[in-house]
Design a protein around this ligand. Structure first.
Ligand code: FES
Ligand code: FE2
Length: 457
């Protein structure tokens, strides 16, 4: 029996390796289009992208294109973006655009004028009598696929026999429900075509093991050590302690105390630096303002856990005053939710009580060396004060994305190149801190039927 396919979630604690074909091999990229993408629920966008009946957006995945629309106030539909007549895309989706968005009462094909209503039914064929009765509703309607929502995100699935979305997302969804992402709205959203595989890109945001080497400016707030854990197909990372006697003394999430000699000061500096160098995403103005008052509001010598509790209570009160009621998240859920999630295969969420920093990466056609990289911030706003945002194409620089993202960009391209070296003896992922990555390859290999993990000999 092939021992490689016996790898279970439990085996991820051991020293494992996975092959790099998945990142660099053109044939593997083409196989994903048959074995992976048509078989899974994938996040296509946010409900706020479809505010009115007739609102639509396109979602492209590899060489496939899908139109998602609001056909009635409470109904979303998803159709393949192709006219049943002779196959023209109904909505042109050029390579230099990550999403086409708009509003239409119906969809008219640009080639011969066949038209479709919001339920995908054909409502116009030019000269239908020429077919002598061979055309019927089944032949002329758009091809529909499954669509569902969770947390304000819209997911599609091309497999007509797929499991329900909720089953696919569990057990992650049961934990993340507490954050009420459906009540958050885009703060900003950016994208770029980036020169690496979509997996090389998403993996750069899965593991905090790289923080010491890549984001060394953050070490002034204390050592950076993280666990990484599988939740079925999905996985999470969170702050950990090398010294096990200190476990549970700190938050596992991004909103945590600084570890300087005066935690009132270092917490403010940490919260502010995270916020500013992550393009105003991993925090909120309210949290930074509450952190800035810590030294005035608390006596010297206040221990770190009380500093963080005070900051959270005062930010919660400030938000309540402007109409944002925080969700009540039990401490054990908060601890389990950790720092950041990867929902298989390409959605990541770094969450706080009132915000989230998210990434998604997608293949760029069938080119294994390129991807569409997207990042966006979500935040809870008082009703009516949500900003209006659009996807902005942005060069991968510190100016456009913040210093931390620029540091991540400065690795991804070179990982893609390095993995092709005949001098590379194979991956050596950290069994504790990079388990999100091995879990990702464990699940991916199940879909792909190749690229299995194996034990280090
Ligand atoms: S291809 Fe669409 S009407 Fe002919
Ligand atoms: Fe990073």
């Amino acid at each position: 029996m092939d021992k490689r396919i016996e790898i279970s979630e439990r085996d991820l604690e051991e020293a494992l390796t996975y092959p790099v074909d998945a990142f660099i091999c053109p044939e593997y990229a083409r196989a994903e289009q048959e074995l992976l993408w048509p078989k899974i629920w994938q996040m296509a966008g946010r409900e706020e992208d479809l505010p009115e009946v007739g609102s639509f957006f396109t979602y492209n995945i590899a060489d496939e294109s899908i139109i998602i629309l609001r056909s009635a106030p409470e109904t979303l539909k998803a159709f393949y973006n192709v006219c049943p007549h002779r196959g023209r895309q109904l909505i042109n989706t050029p390579d230099d655009c990550n999403q086409v968005r708009g509003r239409k009462p119906n969809f008219v094909c640009g080639f011969h004028g066949w038209s479709y209503d919001l339920d995908g039914q054909n409502c116009f064929v030019l000269d239908p009598e020429d077919w002598k009765g061979a055309l019927n509703a089944e032949r002329t309607c758009l091809s529909e696929l499954k669509v569902d929502t969770w947390g304000g995100w819209i997911y599609i699935n091309m497999d007509p026999d797929c499991e329900p979305l909720r089953d696919f997302l569990e057990p992650a969804a049961g934990i993340l429900d507490h954050f009420q992402f459906e009540k958050m709205r885009y703060k900003w959203r950016q994208w770029s075509v980036y020169p690496c595989n979509w997996k090389t890109a998403i993996e750069a945001f899965m593991e905090p093991y790289h923080v010491t080497g890549t984001h060394s400016q953050l070490l002034k707030y204390g050592e950076y050590y993280a666990y990484s854990k599988a939740f079925g197909m999905h996985s999470v990372s969170g702050f950990d302690e090398r010294d096990s006697s200190r476990k549970n003394s700190q938050s596992t999430s991004v909103t945590r105390a600084g570890s300087g000699s005066d935690p009132r000061i270092s917490t403010y500096e940490l919260i502010r630096e995270n916020y500013e160098t992550l393009n105003y995403s991993a925090g909120t103005d309210t949290l930074v303002a509450a952190a800035s008052r810590l030294a005035d509001e608390l006596p010297e010598g206040t221990p770190a856990d009380q500093v963080i509790a005070h900051m959270m209570a005062s930010a919660k009160a400030d938000d309540a005053e402007r109409g944002i009621i925080w969700p009540e998240i039990p401490p054990e859920v908060m601890a389990e939710a950790g720092l950041a999630w990867t929902l298989f295969p390409n959605q990541t969420i770094l969450q706080g009580v009132t915000f989230a920093l998210c990434y998604r990466t997608r293949p760029y056609g069938d080119d294994p060396n390129k991807c569409i990289f997207e990042s966006y911030a979500l935040e809870r706003y008082p009703e009516g004060e949500e900003p209006t945002t659009e996807w902005v194409q942005a060069e991968p620089t510190a100016e456009k994305w913040g210093a931390v993202l620029a540091q991540d960009f400065s690795n991804m391209e070179w990982v893609q190149r390095g993995m092709k070296s005949r001098g590379f003896r194979g991956t050596l992922p950290n069994p504790h801190q990079e388990r999100k990555i091995t879990n990702f390859h464990r699940v991916l290999s199940q879909y792909m039927g190749r690229g299995h993990l194996s034990h280090l000999e």
